[in-house]
Design a protein around this ligand. Structure first.
Ligand code: SF4
Length: 311
């Protein structure tokens, strides 16, 4: 019998995101995100409905990765983000992925947005490198749930032009209950500090108003969670800067999974959104975008349709 050595016992740990699952994805083992070593882009499409400098005049080429390292109960992209069950579609060939991106860039899009890439950072970097190798120079944008390791964000310096983090929680109880990540506030704080170190508060725009570089922090106001939203804004203003570009979103729409939830089963109330807007003003934010409250539903994607967004 072969003696068990330390080497034989050692299992690799996935260090791509803060969950640090004890799995070797390269060997086919699956962790929390149920994601193997491949690319698995769920959809690549043109999107015109983002913040004006993000979409630019011609729209942004968004690459939506399948599965996710957070499993928010209310996820608006649930058709592709859930970690169990079939996906509407999945692109696994890197050549095909980059070809599709190039085709959308050829239509006039000036930016590529990677949506929910936290569990696929190495694959995202390969796509960026291949686009560069082919002589393409779109603005590279990372639209992340912010459950990222600060070291990972630091390694992206010079590769990602614009960070679009979605700061979800400052309340650890809410983070545990809704996303299974009690450490989300501290993890997201460290990741945001690193993005801020790289980009500061300035948004660099092209002549046509499309963003070339910077940091825009998004926040989706959840029903029944006004204090959490206020705390997110206070952190951003007091610990980072009130000169940050903020995108405040009211578009929350209950998905089938939370239809009976006491808070998540409804849309946002006017007084809830008003209280968050008041706090935003009190904190001195003047740069960014605020959605109208009548937005619910109009921004919802449908990944079962060829045109994911009704732009
Ligand atoms: S990327 Fe996936 S497997 Fe790796 S640590 Fe995060 S959740 Fe676990």
């Amino acid at each position: 019998m072969t003696p068990r050595t330390k080497k034989n016992d050692r299992r690799r740990t996935c260090r791509i995101c803060p969950r640090a699952c004890p799995v070797d994805r390269a060997a086919g083992e699956l962790g929390y995100c149920q994601t193997g070593a491949g690319f698995a882009a769920a959809t690549i499409c043109l999107h015109r409905g983002e913040e004006p400098p993000v979409s630019g005049p011609a729209g942004i080429c968004n690459v939506f990765f399948a599965r996710c390292n957070l499993q928010c109960l209310y996820c608006q992209n649930y058709q592709i983000s859930r970690n169990h069950g079939p996906l509407p579609s999945s692109l696994d060939s890197p050549e095909e992925i980059v070809d599709r991106i190039e085709a959308i860039l050829a239509e006039g899009a000036k930016a590529v947005g990677f949506v929910s890439p936290s569990h696929r950072i190495p694959r995202m970097r390969e796509i960026i490198q291949e686009l560069r190798r082919r002589g393409r120079n779109p603005a590279m944008m990372m639209n992340t749930n912010c459950y990222d390791l600060p070291g990972t964000i630091a390694a992206l310096e010079g590769e990602i032009d614009l960070y679009l983090p979605d700061l979800k929680y400052r309340d650890p109880i809410l983070a545990r209950e809704y996303s299974g990540a009690e450490d989300y506030p501290e993890v997201a704080e460290a990741a945001l500090r690193e993005m801020y170190r790289q980009k500061g508060t300035e948004l660099i725009l092209d002549d046509d108003g499309s963003a070339r570089s910077g940091l825009i922090v998004r926040h989706l106001v959840l029903p029944g969670a006004v204090e959490n939203s206020k705390a997110c804004l206070r952190f951003l203003a007091e610990e980072l800067s009130p000169d940050l570009h903020i995108s405040l979103m009211s578009q929350y729409h209950p998905t089938p999974a939370v239809r009976d939830h006491p808070d998540l089963g409804r849309t946002l109330r006017e007084e809830e959104y008003g209280a968050v807007l008041e706090e935003m003003e009190r904190l001195g934010f003047t740069r960014g975008w605020v959605q109208e409250l009548d937005s619910p539903g109009s921004y919802l994607p449908d990944f079962n349709r060829p045109a994911v967004f009704a732009d």
